[in-house]
Design a protein around this ligand. Structure first.
Ligand code: FES
Length: 158
């Protein structure tokens, strides 16, 4: 579950920040420092709109062992980026938007599943299917391919 003391949890929606306009990306989710009711707080930026097909080299093949996952950033054609979690299983590669379908918190690999720390949803890393709720929808699938020792991710408009 969510661990406020961890380095990754230092920035979360509503936590204080110091410089208006500053942006930070944590596990594929981008936060921007905004003034709300007179206080500077981190606000989660809305998901970047994917309005064109983008294929990006994200990893060397050797960097992703079977049974492992990695969160990568894919830059979008009109600016911004989207977090993608790429996994390798005995069936091959898979790629999904890194945001939980419950409330958008980023998922990470925990053992044999992709897990959202916020409320505990778990997803199958090969299919994106929900293993444990409260999420009820599978992760949004992207395309992962491998060529010449590199892994590529293709994102498309929904
Ligand atoms: S945001 Fe992922 S379980 Fe709630």
């Amino acid at each position: 579950m969510f661990s406020p003391g961890s380095a990754q949890a230092a920035i979360s929606a509503g936590s204080p920040c110091k410089v208006a306009g500053r942006e930070r990306t944590v596990k594929g989710v981008t936060f921007a420092c905004r003034k709300v009711n007179g206080k500077l707080v981190w606000k989660r930026k809305k998901f970047a709109t994917i309005d064109a097909v983008v294929t990006t080299r994200v990893l060397e093949s050797a960097a992703l062992a079977s049974g492992a996952s990695a969160v990568v950033e894919v830059a979008l054609s009109r600016g911004g980026s989207t977090g993608v979690i790429v996994s390798r299983s005995q069936d091959g590669l898979s790629a999904f938007r890194a945001n939980c379908t419950h409330q958008g918190f980023p998922v990470t690999r925990v053992g044999k599943v992709l897990e959202c720390e916020l409320h505990g949803s778990q997803f199958d890393p090969a299919t994106g299917a929900v293993v444990t709720g409260p999420a009820s929808r599978p992760l949004l699938r992207y395309e992962a391919t491998e060529s010449d020792g590199s892994i590529f991710v293709t994102v498309r408009p929904a």
